[in-house]
Ligand binder design. Structure first.
Ligand code: 13P
Ligand code: SF4
Length: 308
């Protein structure tokens, strides 16, 4: 393990690569990264990278976003199969048919798309949002237009609650956040009565309504960082997030909110990236995200939404 970590550090130098890692990666990968972050921070960091190679330790749509913002760079994803249930729930052809049907029915709308989507879906959108900027972007959509929000129905419902904007919601969900068990959360709350519950907005309403704070991963860190004295936090998001919380704010105690089927709530897609695969992609220069024709239009939408 130590050898493998040293090997990756050496290869990173030799290949002149920058390693970006999402907070849902295993702690040993986050530790090796030049930058860690939520989807918004990583998309922004990707535009500042100086090296010719980016290794994106996250899932496919994140690496794709980094590539569209850096056409001239080599963007490597340790495992090309690292997908996302939200992105899979919304194929571009299906979205296009739905948009056409709405237009034929005389509906005037803008499409607001969660970043957890393919480049082809982003290219069909007016806006791209992350958990970090969604509220702000929703407020930018003219009041005389409806909002078609894709693909996360829970995030969409949450945004309706906080902005008052009704939305047409796509029926997608995150397989990790959707399976938190409200019964087990209430049991945990009884076991840790002073515990403060933090939940990701990808969680269903029954989890959010029992939470003290709802926000994306970066917002969670900011919230937790606001408590100087030791607290107990009940965490309703992907389990690796607790590594970053522990790393930044070791004075607190963290308790995972259990899921219906398991206690750890690990994203199986994020888990595809291992140290061995990080080493191999640096060594062989693949798997690589190749430029696709739809990236050009998707890039315009992403730039307008996330970088301006
Ligand atoms: P954020 O880190 O942007 O809150 O997103 C969570 C997520 O599900 C990434 O796949
Ligand atoms: Fe997709 Fe959920 Fe995994 Fe994030 S945690 S990559 S939303 S499946």
């Amino acid at each position: 393990m130590i050898d493998l970590i040293e090997e990756i550090k050496d290869l990173k130098k030799a290949k002149n690569a920058t390693l970006l890692a999402h907070y849902y990666q295993e702690g040993d990968i986050q530790e090796l990264a030049d930058f860690t972050g939520d989807s918004l921070k990583l998309a922004r960091e990707a535009t500042k990278v100086k090296t010719p190679v980016i290794v994106f330790c996250g899932v496919h749509f994140m690496a794709e976003t980094a590539k569209m913002l850096n056409p001239e760079k080599k963007v490597l994803l340790p495992d090309l199969q690292a997908g996302c249930s939200l992105a899979e729930s919304c194929p571009a052809e299906k979205l296009l048919r739905f948009q056409e049907m709405l237009r034929e029915n005389g509906r005037r709308f803008q499409t607001v798309t969660y970043i957890n989507s393919s480049a082809a879906v982003k290219a069909l959108s007016d806006w791209v949002v992350t958990s970090g900027n969604a509220e702000e972007i929703i407020r930018r959509v003219p009041a005389d237009q409806e909002i078609l929000f894709v693909p996360d129905r829970h995030l969409g419902q949450y945004l309706t609650e906080i902005t008052g904007r009704k939305m047409i919601l796509w029926n997608g969900a995150c397989i990790v956040h959707e399976i938190f068990s409200v019964g087990d959360l209430l049991t945990l709350k009884r076991q840790v009565p002073a515990g403060i519950t933090v939940a990701h907005p990808e969680c269903p309403a029954n989890i959010r309504e029992h939470s003290d704070f709802v926000g994306g991963t970066e917002a969670m860190l900011k919230y937790i960082g606001g408590f100087a004295d030791q607290k107990d936090f009940l965490v309703a998001t992907e389990a690796n997030m607790m590594w970053q919380m522990q790393h930044k704010f070791p004075q607190h105690r963290y308790h995972p909110v259990p899921g219906i089927t398991c206690a750890c709530n690990k994203c199986p897609h994020m888990a595809r990236n291992t140290l061995e695969k990080v080493r191999d992609c640096l060594m062989y220069g693949r798997p690589e995200i190749e430029w696709q024709p739809e990236f050009a239009r998707a890039r315009e939408v992403v730039t307008r939404s996330l970088l301006n």
